[in-house]
Design a protein around this ligand. Structure first.
Ligand code: HSE
Length: 432
């Protein structure tokens, strides 16, 4: 039996799950792989917190440096999240010849190049399955199973908290803030939940996925990001009546020398597989030129699913150590490609628009004239009858149009005196 010594930095929700998994399923792992995982040390700044797992006190430390410099540790597992000191711990561990497993999408999307280069120099591995999509094996699939494919597109629901909120708003008519509070209580949200709802978390995950798929480094700071904080119950209900679900999507499309990468809410047609992803579940819909359409689905957050992905990476490295394999799968492409990130104004997609207007003859004609002047073709339009309110909503769906044209048209429409509120625009994905 090959013993693999694991040093864990971060004994929080996921760290506790990793410890529990190694203690409860270590025998199963040993039977399957011939590898016995041993917890060498566990570091956390707060050792007093109640945890539902007991560890020998001699294994615990508040000093993570003791782990990254421990000669007996084979694999350092970084689960503290954030940029610093996570980056420093990872780099030091790699320089000390240790393999690293991390769930840290923030540090990888920002400092991935430096981390992977350092791993390459020191002939060690960095695995990071848990950084995207919880337990879903999407990174392994992109790095290994889909190697012979040009990836044409990725559409992902990669933030469980946002999906949970949108689900509760659509299915149970909860307010945004009540749904967010629930997600926090259930432990899905980030330490700073604004990262979940403003799209940052999704953008970090998209940068990782898109970089893998593109053979090119996609800078997280250049990804267009729009969150769900402005999405109202009203629009979710109108979208549902029109046959769509509203989802926060991480979208990447790939050409020979270009990449589109964007995060924003989108109307997804009811018959698209992503429309049926509810609650904290994540799903990544990938199209490869040979594999065709695939959907990867599973729990995107939570202690056990995330711990499962972390331990799977530990076992993967353990297998390499056992068979004396090194860098079997490159962290960075052997030949990287320079690709142009397409500016948001140039993208073309369909749009859901909602105008708040005075119900008076000629209003719809004025709006459709402006859309027409901007080369935007309407595919469906519906108006609510006026009751007590003085203004009424008009909802329009468009055929494919340029983002720049939509922006220009909306700015002109919003300046009309019959338009009483800022118009709402939500992109439509997964259709025409
Ligand atoms: N806060 C994240 C989410 C956790 O809601 O998806 C997993 O990255």
């Amino acid at each position: 039996m090959k013993k693999i010594r694991v040093g864990l930095i971060g004994f929080g929700t996921v760290g506790t799950g990793v410890v529990k998994n190694i203690l409860s399923n270590g025998e199963l792992i040993a039977q399957r792989t011939g590898i016995r995982l041993e917890l060498a040390r566990v570091a956390d700044i707060d050792l007093k917190r109640e945890r539902d797992v007991k560890l020998d006190a001699s294994l615990l430390t508040t000093d993570a440096c003791k782990i990254v410099h421990d000669q007996s540790v084979d694999i350092v597992v970084e689960l503290i999240g954030g940029l610093s000191p996570a980056r420093e711990y990872i780099l030091t561990a790699l320089r000390n010849g240790k393999h690293v497993v991390t769930a840290n999408k923030a540090v990888l999307s920002k400092h991935g190049l430096e981390i992977f280069e350092t791993a390459r120099e020191h002939n060690v591995e960095v695995l990071y399955e848990a950084s995207v999509g919880g337990c879903i094996p999407i990174i392994k699939s992109l790095r290994e199973s889909l190697t012979p494919n040009n990836i044409l597109s990725i559409d992902g629901i990669v933030n469980g908290t946002s999906n949970y909120i949108l689900t509760r708003m659509q299915q149970d008519e909860l307010s945004f803030s009540a749904a967010l509070e629930e997600a926090k209580r259930k432990g899905y949200a980030e330490a700073d939940p604004s990262f979940d709802v403003n799209g940052t978390d999704s953008a970090q995950k998209l940068a990782i996925l898109a970089s893998l798929a593109a053979n090119s480094w996609i800078d997280v700071d250049e990804i267009y990001v729009e969150g769900i904080t402005h999405i109202t119950q009203k629009d979710i209900a109108y979208a549902a009546e029109l046959g769509y679900s509203v989802k926060l999507l991480a979208i990447a499309k790939f050409g020979a020398d270009w990449v589109q990468a964007r995060v924003h809410p989108a109307l997804v047609p009811g018959d698209h597989p992503l429309a049926d992803v509810w609650g904290v579940f994540n799903a990544i819909y990938v199209v490869g030129d040979y594999a065709g359409e695939m959907m990867f689905y599973g729990a995107g957050a939570g202690q056990k699913p995330t711990a499962s992905a972390v331990v799977a990476d530990i076992v993967d490295i353990g297998r390499n150590i056992k068979s004396a394999a090194r860098k079997r799968v490159s962290s960075l492409p052997e030949v990287a490609m320079a690709k142009r990130l397409v500016p948001m104004e140039e993208i073309e997609t369909r749009y859901y628009l909602r105008f708040t207007v005075i119900d008076r003859p000629g209003v719809l004609a004025k709006i459709s004239a402006i859309l027409g002047e901007n080369n935007i073709s309407i595919s469906a339009v519906t108006q609510r009858e006026r009751h007590a309110e003085s203004a009424v909503p008009i909802m329009a769906l468009t055929h494919s149009a340029k983002e720049a044209s939509i922006r220009a048209a909306l700015s002109k429409i919003d300046s009309l005196d019959v338009v009483k509120d800022k118009s709402v625009m939500i992109r439509i994905e997964g259709g025409e």
